[in-house]
Design a protein around this ligand. Structure first.
Ligand code: ZN
Length: 221
């Protein structure tokens, strides 16, 4: 459709290498198409799903280890433009059933940065520059969020300070979600978010937690 209409196209949640290859092929033909994947496709693999259960059910589904390795290569190469948290919350009862009937979706927002930093930079040697691109500058560039995405004069003073090499095990009570379920619970995460600054204002710190006053603003385009 993008080829016929000339419109810009961005494919979300690409979970297998065949998907990325289709996007790359279309790009070579001049179609303005990009794609992203989600952290859970880079972290979980089909081989372990029986041990984890319906909490990791999502759509498209988690793929095999082999696919995951191919996705990592495409992320490193820049073919997958960015890696998103994705967040599809549900009440615990919707996950507390068999895999066929359980809610399909993962609450991943809170652990996007720490898990991704651990997996990409600490475990796979991704450069800081590429990491900043896949979580900040590439998505903001694609959506023309001019005030966001990089540290530069005139941009919003948004920062995430990461404490590297500081493993912790995620507990349900650590989650700020209303429904405290996540496939990352019980996993050791090798880095921590130390502080978050939004437009110059600290909205989270490891010592004091989430600020009571949240100065979030809708970005109008
Ligand atoms: Zn989603």
């Amino acid at each position: 459709m993008a080829k016929v209409t000339g419109c810009r196209l961005h494919i979300v949640h690409v979970a297998c290498k065949e998907g990325v290859e289709e996007v790359m092929k279309a790009r070579e033909e001049g179609v303005d198409v990009t794609c992203e994947t989600c952290l859970h496709y880079l972290y979980f693999a089909t081989e372990k799903l029986d041990d984890i259960g319906p909490v990791v059910k999502c759509s498209p589904p988690i793929r095999e280890q082999k696919q995951q390795e191919a996705l990592w290569e495409h992320v490193q190469a820049g073919d997958i433009r960015f890696v998103t948290s994705d967040h599809s919350p549900c009440t615990p009862d919707l996950k507390d059933t068999d895999a066929m009937h359980a809610w399909g979706g993962i609450s991943g927002l809170q652990n996007d940065v720490d898990v991704l930093f651990d997996e990409a930079v600490q475990k796979r040697g991704m450069s800081f520059q590429r990491f900043a691109q896949i979580i900040a500058s590439n998505p903001t560039d694609l959506y023309n969020l001019d005030q966001k995405g990089r540290i530069s004069i005139g941009k919003d003073a948004d920062f995430v300070l990461i404490q590297p090499q500081s493993p912790y095990t995620l507990k349900a009570e650590d989650l700020e979600y209303r429904n405290k379920i996540s496939p990352y619970i019980g996993r050791e995460i090798g880095a921590q978010v130390y502080q978050i600054i939004l437009r110059g204002q600290t909205i989270y710190s490891k010592e004091t937690g989430v600020a009571a006053e949240f100065p979030g603003e809708f970005i109008k385009k």
